[in-house]
Design a protein around this ligand. Structure first.
Ligand SMILES: *Cc1c(COP(=O)(O)O)cnc(C)c1O
Length: 450
């Protein structure tokens, strides 16, 4: 846990961690807060579409969270954005890593994270994942990794491979929170063992020689409002009860309440009240003698990222103004998969000089009017739509649009459908942009063919 010793003069969020300012920056970074010229510069240098990730903002988000949950251990859910530079930055801040696959375990270890701070959450794990993780454990590369099991089967499969290391039992708390049905995992039987089976699964693991060190639950993604908070409180209370039960027979070190801290995807949404979540969590957990572990993904990276995309087509139709951009559901899948809303901004219109603005002060931006547009990608699917009926400074061909809150589950969910290479990723650090991952090429895609 980082304990910053900066002064209070930066206006950072209130720190509950005992006297040190968190340097956590503002509670939220809106799409409007990004510097238009800096984004256009990234576009000019690295092409379109391009993800931009501000590592300083990632660090701020971590510090704010770490300050609000001063006595908790924060493990970054790498699946939100497993870019090496992100893992490096969060490792540097003191975060552990929660991994959804053996691949993420390898990437976390590559980033220099001590295996004692690496948790592998094995959800219906493919054999190759178990083989890889157990081999890393056996070799001593990941001697202190914790494997979180959500099925008795997984315990047996680990035992067969000779694993007798650290094990955490994932329970299904039977209560879910979240912004969309597909991410409400708490009430989904795929994840975790039923509450009343936790003791039996822990016993089986212990009989196989494993150290049962933790209890885990993750109730979907997206705690935003009071209803979600109530579900969260209920979930934490149930997990706390399991931990107290198990602690009699096992040495339970931690209670992991998962991720799912929400971010305001819509510009009108309020940022999450972290202190309220922290208070609710502590209250619900009660007097359990174990460390609280959190596994935030999107909270740390979502508002640190934008997606830049060129306007290729502006087409007026009887139904709507269609604005076609060169990013699509293959670049950012969330709108197509979850129906999620991402803020959009015409960066080119915002970046024109003040003279043009003054020339027509009655209109927005550079004097362009506002239109309502349907913003679509280039993929041959009707779900390839970023927004409908969205107000936007009137786009012209060649403009650059920015898509907000694209730092989480953006590149990670990108595909090469339609033989479309995945985009480049640039990072900002101390205000300077560098290319962190080059754009994929068609030969990257075809190189696998025999
Ligand atoms: C996806 C996931 C997380 C992170 O979820 P966010 O909504 O990004 O915070 C944490 N823990 C587990 C087990 C997950 O599957």
């Amino acid at each position: 846990m980082t304990e910053e010793s900066a002064s209070h003069t930066d206006g950072a969020t209130d720190d509950r961690g005992g006297g040190a300012a968190s340097d956590g920056g503002p509670d939220v970074r809106r799409l409007a807060d990004w510097d238009a010229e800096a984004l256009l510069d990234v576009r000019r240098r690295y092409g379109s579409p391009c993800y931009v990730l501000d590592l300083d903002r990632v660090r701020e988000n971590y510090r704010r969270l770490d300050a609000a949950f001063a006595d908790a251990d924060v493990h970054y859910a790498a699946k939100a954005n497993a870019l090496g530079r992100v893992l490096d930055a969060l490792h540097d801040e003191g975060a552990g890593v929660e991994c959804a696959s053996a691949g993420e375990v390898v990437r976390a270890l590559d980033a220099g994270v001590d295996s004692a701070r690496v948790h592998y959450t094995a959800v219906n794990p493919p054999a190759v994942d178990l083989d890889t993780v157990v081999e890393l454990w056996n070799d001593g590369v990941a001697a202190d990794v914790t494997v979180t099991v959500g099925a008795e089967d997984t315990v047996a499969r680990l035992a067969t491979r000779g694993y007798d290391g650290r094990c955490c039992v994932r329970v299904n708390p039977g209560v879910g929170a979240g912004h969309h049905e597909k991410v409400r995992t708490g009430a989904n039987a795929k994840f975790g063992v039923p509450l009343d089976r936790a003791g039996a699964v822990a016993r089986t693991a212990a009989q196989a020689g494993m150290d049962v060190v933790g209890v885990h639950a993750h109730a979907g993604s997206g705690i935003h409002d009071a209803d979600d908070l109530d579900a969260h409180r209920e979930m934490v209370a149930r997990v706390g009860d399991v931990a107290r039960d198990l602690d009699a027979a096992h040495d339970v070190e931690f209670v992991d309440v998962g991720g799912g801290l929400g971010v305001p995807y819509r510009e009108a949404d309020d940022p999450l009240d972290l202190d309220a979540v922290a208070d609710a969590t502590r209250d619900a957990l009660g007097d359990v003698d174990a460390t609280l572990v959190l596994e935030p993904g999107r909270y740390l990276v979502a508002d640190a990222g934008v997606l830049l995309t060129d306007v290729n087509t502006v087409k007026d139709t009887p139904e709507t103004l269609v604005v076609g951009v060169d990013a699509g559901m293959t670049t950012l899948a969330r709108p197509a998969i979850y129906g999620s809303s991402h803020a959009l901004r015409n960066v080119s219109a915002d970046a024109v000089d003040d003279a043009a603005r003054e020339a027509d002060a009655t209109r927005g931006g550079d004097g362009r009017g506002e239109v309502r547009a349907t913003v679509t990608g280039p993929i041959c699917e009707s779900s390839d739509v970023f927004a409908e009926d969205r107000p936007l400074a009137e786009p012209v061909r060649g403009d650059v649009l920015a898509v907000g809150n694209a730092g989480a589950y953006g590149y990670e969910m990108a595909s090469t459908y339609n033989s479309r290479p995945r985009p480049a990723t640039a990072v900002l650090e101390d205000g300077a942009a560098t290319l962190a991952r080059r754009r994929e090429t068609l030969s990257d895609i075809t190189t696998l063919e025999l």
